[in-house]
Design a protein around this ligand. Structure first.
Ligand SMILES: C[S@@+](CC[C@H](N)C(=O)[O-])C[C@H]1O[C@@H](n2cnc3c(N)ncnc32)[C@H](O)[C@@H]1O
Length: 303
């Protein structure tokens, strides 16, 4: 099996461990068989969603929607199809994130390219965008800065959902900015992309809104993270000591009067972040929970 690293234990995706070799020879490895074997293979390698992963990977290999698999469970796979499916399942079995194996992922109303050049956009970050859009209500052409833009997800979603917004994505990673540029081209949305170090100061505004999902994981937690995150996502996207405070403090001198700031933060950081926003002179401070009821987004406005 191409790229197999599992030491031969557990079922082999698409090999039909219970006589499947014979079936494959006769071209009778059906969608149903491959889904079952792939699910077992991925479960044995620690995926928390093995069936879902298997369905999405097989759908990708066959160029189908997931629902189409269920309309054709008895359809045999041709050897090239089986090879493509196996290659994807083996990658996922090595704990590469499903999103990177698929190469694209949904965020708000967009489908974006995702790969190890940048963090995978998360569902909680959709709440960051939601709050940003609330703060932009009533403004026709607001100037928006997305600090640590990564794949460009936040910047592009804001531009998509508030088309008058003039959005700039800011990041120090050349790789992330290249991915963000690809996503701008893919979605046909116009944003500016600027390279720089947030610890050295934010681009001069004035900005009407500063939005950021900065690296907020404590470096000591990295070894405890799931292999998908720890071994595949860029560490500079996960951790940078003092980044949340640096974005907040760096924002004030470049914000227009009445401008807003919206920050995504880690578990247990809401109280300190809200206090910091008060300390640096912001008002209307508000904390919003994510979909799991974890306090995740802190916002404020310059008086
Ligand atoms: C948590 S990721 C957010 C990515 C994207 N905005 C999202 O929400 O999916 C943080 C981003 O901050 C960037 N970053 C880290 N340190 C930085 C720095 N000192 N200056 C500018 N950007 C930085 C990383 O490259 C990464 O893209």
């Amino acid at each position: 099996m191409t790229g197999e690293t599992g030491g031969g234990s557990g079922p082999q995706p698409g090999s039909g461990g219970d006589g499947g070799d014979a079936r494959r020879k006769h071209g009778s490895n059906t969608i149903s068989d491959v889904l079952r074997l792939s699910t077992e293979y991925l479960a044995a390698r620690g995926s928390e969603t093995p069936r879902l992963d298997a369905e999405r990977l097989l759908a990708k290999a066959l160029g189908l929607e997931r629902i189409d698999l269920y309309m054709a469970l008895d359809r045999p796979l041709m050897p090239p199809e089986l090879d493509s499916a196996r290659a994807l399942v083996v990658r996922r079995g090595a704990r590469e994130p499903l999103q990177y194996v698929l190469g694209e992922w949904g965020f708000r109303h967009l489908t974006l390219n995702v790969d190890p050049r940048a963090l995978i956009p998360r569902p909680e970050t959709e709440v960051l965008v939601e709050r940003a859009l609330v703060l932009l209500e009533g403004r026709d052409a607001p100037r928006v800065l997305d600090v640590g833009t990564g794949s460009g997800a936040v910047a592009l979603a804001i531009r998509d959902e508030h088309p008058g917004a003039l959005v700039t994505g800011f990041d120090f990673s050349v790789d992330a900015l290249a991915l963000a540029a690809e996503n701008a081209a893919r979605t046909g949305l116009e944003i500016d992309l600027v390279r720089g170090d947030l610890f050295a100061g934010l681009p001069p505004g004035p900005w009407d809104l500063i939005v950021s999902n900065p690296p907020y994981v404590d470096a000591s937690e990295i070894p405890t993270l799931q292999p998908e995150v720890r071994d595949w996502e860029p560490h500079e996207a996960l951790t940078a000591e003092g980044a949340v405070a640096a974005v907040a403090r760096g924002a004030v001198p470049v914000m227009a009067p009445g401008a807003g700031i919206v920050l995504e933060i880690g578990i247990g950081q809401a109280g300190a972040t809200a206090a910091l926003l008060g300390e640096i002179g912001l008002v209307e401070i508000r904390v919003t929970p994510d979909l799991r009821e974890i306090d995740r987004i802190v916002e404020g406005r310059l008086a």
